[in-house]
Design a binder for this molecule. Sequence first.
Ligand SMILES: C[S@@+](CC[C@H](N)C(=O)[O-])C[C@H]1O[C@@H](n2cnc3c(N)ncnc32)[C@H](O)[C@@H]1O
Length: 261
Amino acid sequence: MRSFVDQLRMVPEVARLASGTPRNTTDAWERYWASVRTTGTQGEVLWDADIGAEAEQYAGVLEERMDGALPIVDVGCGNGQWTRWLVGRFPAAVGVDVADSAVLRARAESLGVAGVSYRTLDLTSPGTGGRLHGEFGDANVFIRGVFHVLRPKQRAQLAANALDLVGARGRVLLTETNYRGTPLAYMQSLGASPGRIPEPLRRAIGNIPVPGHFGAAERRAAFPARAWSTLAEGRVSIEAVPMRGTAATAIPGYFAMLGAR
Ligand SMILES: C[S@@+](CC[C@H](N)C(=O)[O-])C[C@H]1O[C@@H](n2cnc3c(N)ncnc32)[C@H](O)[C@@H]1O
């Protein structure tokens, strides 16, 4: 009961913050990334905890199910933290993001890292998967934290581009937050209370699309069984930056490894 009352008391501040979010999602992401000054565990970007235990959940399935001789495309790469993690496992890692400012930041943070490159691209735009395939051939695809912020039609478009990109040999590893409660309960689980919204969360609410959740049902809708085989799936714990103290914030998540039929 207390928790519900607290959620109601948070409404005015959340509504005020969210009213400033641009309607166009590309503009929203661009504005978000252009305003970021610090990344990493002590930084301002909600999902950018230093890579630790979360990655251990992916390493095995990645090694087991992906062809390590193929390049990998990190869709929605943000500041490229995961692109840099991936390049240790594949011959080349290409980060793509809809926001130019994310790509500029990813390049700046990747100076001296061999095998990574970045480009600005909207992967929900028809034909982008085919164009990347024309350049790289069959490729693996890594997607962390992108589907849950897309609308159903955009999810299907992104999956269609991924299908063109993987060809016969590539695979998709997607990992998404899957909190099943209301947006206010989600914010509370991330440490928000009336009069206190942690800064990384405040920046997200004020700039980017409201997140949904993405689990097995949403994956089935976006990746139709006539086109995709699900090779592995399950729960994961996704790490966000600490909201209090120094421990990463754990968010319930869902992962799937997929290949073209
Ligand atoms: C929640 S962030 C996750 C960033 C990164 N994958 C990570 O885990 O650190 C979502 C990212 O997806 C990007 N994005 C959103 N829609 C996109 C699209 N249609 N095409 C490419 N990138 C997109 C955003 O700009 C943002 O950087």
